[in-house]
Design a protein around this ligand. Sequence first.
Ligand SMILES: Nc1ncnc2c1ncn2[C@@H]1O[C@H](COP(=O)(O)OP(=O)(O)OP(=O)(O)O)[C@@H](O)[C@H]1O
Ligand SMILES: [Mg+2]
Length: 251
Amino acid sequence: MESPLVQLKDVGFGYGPEPVLDGVDLTVGRGDYLGLIGPNGSGKTTLLKLILGTLPAPRRGEIRLFGTPAAQFKERWKIGYVAQKAASFNSGFPATVEEVVMTGLVARRGLWRVLTGEDRKAARAALEQVGMLSFKDRMIGRLSGGQQQRVFIARALVSRPELLILDEPTVGVDVQAESQFYQLIRDLRASMGLTVMLVSHDIGAVAHEVTSLACLNRRLFYHGSPDDFGTEEQLCELYGHPVRSIHHHHH
Ligand SMILES: Nc1ncnc2c1ncn2[C@@H]1O[C@H](COP(=O)(O)OP(=O)(O)OP(=O)(O)O)[C@@H](O)[C@H]1O
Ligand SMILES: [Mg+2]
């Protein structure tokens, strides 16, 4: 049987003496679509950064990526990442949309081999996938926040990753762009067999889209089918206050 793409065992982490993550076990298999929810400061972004290797190794426990211990994992291009608030370039930032997307190839091709014709083709294909090809020559800072967000999704896709990690990708995008975003993820899962980890505060939308839901608040409170995550008790435990309903309209 194939190894899971991501496997956390008893992971504990803190930036200082305070634990930010504690005893986290989490497995993401190929083809999974995991929604990660939890209140502000609950450790979601920290968890993603540990997976991406941009933080020091966890204090406790183990992280394996594609079956390999994270410290030895070298095929970083297999993981595409859209950071929280990725889209915040000011209007003077000196790069075009196409150039920003091509920076997503550095992990695969190396820094000095970026600007080949093939890379340009890959960047254009990724922009096409997110519906932003017609903006390829526009300066990145001269796009709206939601348009920049799509460009960052293209940047994450350009290396043809097997796992796409998105940290609150729909913050600040309008209702139509949000539903287009979820449609895009559905399409990518169908066409590329992409595995997806998605952080969001929009529990309703996420529960409606994902194949499994994980609720983090330093510890993992729930990990399972979104259909079984219905009781208000669990939401109360997680957020500390009642939440109306997780059910969401169909897009
Ligand atoms: N670089 C850092 N140095 C010190 N503490 C940090 C750092 N980054 C995050 N923290 C702290 O770690 C905790 C978890 O932060 P994290 O960013 O993982 O939360 P989050 O679940 O992503 O929250 P949000 O929903 O607001 O994005 C918070 O208490 C935060 O203040
Ligand atoms: Mg965060």
